[in-house]
Design a protein around this ligand. Structure first.
Ligand code: PLP
Ligand code: COI
Length: 338
């Protein structure tokens, strides 16, 4: 029986699914993933995830397509990124096959939570990997828990594709160069809350600059930055930002439409030469930016109040692939017929 969910009212918020999926790592071995209705963990108070932040997570989506088929977008890339995050925090990496099995099980067990085609909503999966060994001495644990938490989420733009504005931050660094910024670990998000909440209080999202010089664009809140300059797609090269799977896909699509794609240090002032700018990530795909305000210099960089033509086209091209409306030439989606 279909759940009574008003798909049009879902935002990027947690809706309790029927099942989560879990697999523990003990005595050097992963157990088979299993589904459970219990959303609580019996976790030791001295677990390394609580004491020393041994935690990594991921985010990916399943889409009900125009043809009724279910597509999961580039999940192997999420599995690989979680393996890199795990290595970065001395956590046992989850093998790709186990990651895939757990996502599939989470989907099969929560079919009532997969939003129908046409609502713009999707089923989001939040894989989580935590250290569970009790420890007081500083050091990594030997036991881990891999969990997949599904939740239906609403269309990022319920009305129409629209713009957001950002404020430049020079007072809080999100992550150090060659630190954990390149990994998807909880600590990066907690360390950015002070800056992002201050920005929200002023009606903005937060644009982080590189932590060493405070000169180059790093991350847009929890998303990568994209700028369009003439026929060029520009995105930052930085050892402190998360390699976004959405950005990687958009770079491929930009090259296919004949654009030059450049990944390099981008000085903040270069915003003045860009015709379009956006944040990108799984949740929004592309979130166009209309303004970036630099409060220290009292400069506002403006890109117009409507999303620009290049980013609009890239947004629709990627969404069409995800919802099965366009050919998936790169085999980015795995099709499930459940
Ligand atoms: N940067 C940060 C800090 C993020 O949390 C995310 C979201 O996952 C991204 C960038 C975008 O990455 P992706 O496109 O793989 O979702
Ligand atoms: C994204 O998925 O685009 C993000 O920004 C990740 C965030 C929700 C943690």
């Amino acid at each position: 029986m279909m759940k009574e969910i008003d798909w049009s009212k879902l935002g990027f918020h947690y809706t309790e699914p029927d099942y989560i999926v879990r697999a523990g790592y003990h005595n050097g071995q992963w157990e088979e993933p299993y589904a459970t209705k219990d959303k609580f963990l019996h976790l030791h108070v001295s677990a390394t995830c609580l004491q020393y932040g041994q935690e990594a997570f991921e985010g990916l989506k399943a889409f009900r397509g125009v043809d009724g088929k279910i597509r999961i977008f580039r999940w192997r890339e999420n599995a690989k990124r979680m393996q890199r995050s795990a290595e970065g925090l001395y956590i046992e990496p989850v093998p790709t096959e186990l990651f895939g099995k757990a996502i599939r099980l989470a989907l099969e067990k929560n079919m009532d939570f997969l939003p129908p085609y046409g609502t713009g909503a999707t089923l989001y999966f939040r894989p989580l990997l935590i250290g569970t060994t009790p420890r007081l001495g500083v050091g990594p644990g030997r036991d881990f828990e891999f969990i997949v938490i599904p939740s239906p989420i609403g269309p990022y733009y319920p009305g129409k594709f629209h713009c957001t504005h950002f404020i430049v931050n020079r007072h809080v660094d999100r992550a150090a160069p060659f630190g954990t910024g390149q990994f998807k670990v909880g600590g990066n998000y907690a360390s950015s809350f002070r800056a992002t909440e201050a920005a929200h209080a002023m009606g903005y999202d937060c644009l982080f600059l590189d932590s060493k010089y405070h000169r180059y664009i790093d991350e847009c809140s929890a998303a990568n930055f994209i700028g369009i300059k003439g026929n060029e797609y520009l995105t930052p090269r930085s050892s402190a930002i998360l390699p976004s799977i959405t950005n990687d896909s958009l770079m491929t699509l930009a090259k296919e439409r004949g654009m030059k794609v450049t990944r390099r240090h981008i000085r903040l002032e270069e915003l003045a030469d860009m015709s379009e700018a956006a944040a990108c990530g799984t949740a929004c795909v592309i979130s166009p930016i209309d303004q970036v305000f630099d409060p220290e210099k009292n400069i506002t960089y403006s890109f117009g109040h409507e999303p620009g033509p290049v980013l609009t086209e890239l947004y629709h091209t990627l969404r069409d692939i995800q919802f099965g409306r366009a050919e998936d030439r790169h085999q980015w989606t795995d099709v499930f017929e459940i």
